[in-house]
Each structure stands twice: as C-alpha cells, then as structure tokens.
Unconditional design. Structure first.
Length: 222
C-alpha cells in the first residue's frame, strides 16, 4: 500500500481539500493528514513547506508532490482501478469527466458569492444573479446525470452515476454551499432528484466526519 500524506487546508473553508479527502475516505485508501491553517499571514509559507505550488491540497508520495484536487483524484484512480472511481461504461465515464471538469474550471461567480462555510448557515446570502445562474446549471447537471445514469446503474447508491465517483467528490463542496446559503433547488428547476442527491452526500459518513473535523478546528480557533 502506498504511503500517502494528504496536505489540506481548514475543513470549514477548503473546498479543494475536501474533494480528494472525501474520495480517499469513501474509497478506503489510507493516508495521513497534514494541516495548513488558512487565512493566516503565514499560510503561503506553511503550504510551501509541503508543496512547491504553495497551495493545498497536495498529495505527498515517495518524495513526490501531486498538486491540484482533480490531479490527486486521478492519481488515486490510477493506483486503485478496482475502486472504480470513474464509471466503467465508456459513455458514462466521458460524461463523468465532463461534469468534473466543468466544476473544476467553472462556476466562478458561485464560488465568489457563496464561499464554502461548512458549519454556518447564511440563508439568502450570496444569491447574486450570476451565482444563481450557476446553481441552476448545477441542478441541471445533477438531474441529468442521476436520471440518465445513476437511477439506471446496476448498483444505485443514489450518487450521480450510481456509486460514488470522482464526479461526486468534485461536487461535494457545492452541496455544502447550497445548504449553507439556503438555495431553493425547486426554484431552479429541480424535480426532487437534486434535493435527494444533496441528502445522499450530506449523510455520507465521510462527509459527516469532515463536518465534525471542521467544527473541532473552528472551536480550537476560538
């Protein structure tokens, strides 16, 4: 078993850290955690001690550093093909990659106006026109993927493609954001599929573990 160390930021805020952490937890891949405190004067210096990019997350393995959450997720998928972290079907796999990359590179106004805050609730805040347009697109993605692939999977565990994949890891921070800011999914075109998907992610034991970690870290900050 590879000796992995995953360097992450504060669990309350670090969306990019949540993605590979959640994937590795759900997949049962052992790793050690190293923590960087965000929003500090020395945050960059802390991160540079672990990764030449000066950013988190970073996966350390045999003297190598893999940066970027999607690259880390892809690395784990390569190491453990038996975990099936992408769908086996070629079309489903292509659609999963498309959805993951759309999240990875887009939705900037949603990110800006509804930053992740796992433990707090700000219903109605951040509901800018741009953020809600992005939220509508995400609801569409979730509905389409659940309806087309997830519900028809041989083993439907209520994730986007039936079982948990990298695509679910990529959208987990959005699930948290929608809860924090009280986004009305029905007003954005949801027929219940997106809401049910959110519940699946929020009740995932690994997500709850992350949430409890966020609460402990924020309490320790005072």
């Amino acid at each position: 078993m590879p000796d992995f160390e995953l360097v992450i930021g504060d669990k309350n805020w670090s969306t990019w850290s949540l993605r590979p952490w959640l994937l590795m937890k759900v997949a049962g891949v052992p790793f050690r955690e190293a923590h960087i405190r965000l929003r500090q004067d020395d945050t960059k210096a802390q991160a540079l001690r672990h990764s030449p990019s000066g950013m988190v997350p970073a996966l350390k393995w045999e003297g190598n550093v893999i940066s970027d959450s999607l690259a880390i997720c892809e690395t784990i998928a390569d190491f453990f093909p038996e975990k099936k972290l992408w769908p086996a079907d070629r079309l489903a796999r292509a659609m999963a990659r498309s959805a993951a990359c759309e999240m990875h590179s887009g939705f900037m106004e949603l990110r800006r106006d509804m930053p992740m805050d796992v433990i707090n609730r700000y219903p109605g805040e951040g509901h800018s026109e741009g953020a809600l347009a992005h939220a509508r697109r995400i609801v569409e993605i979730w509905r389409n993927l659940r309806g087309r692939f997830g519900k028809n999977a041989a083993r439907d565990e209520r994730f986007l493609f039936g079982s948990f994949t990298i695509a679910d890891a990529m959208y987990a921070p959005v699930v948290s954001r929608f809860r924090t800011y009280g986004v009305d999914l029905a007003a954005l075109g949801d027929d219940g599929l997106a809401k049910a998907y959110m519940e699946t992610v929020l009740t995932l034991p690994a997500f709850r573990e992350w949430e409890e970690g966020a609460k402990r870290e924020m309490a320790a900050r005072g």
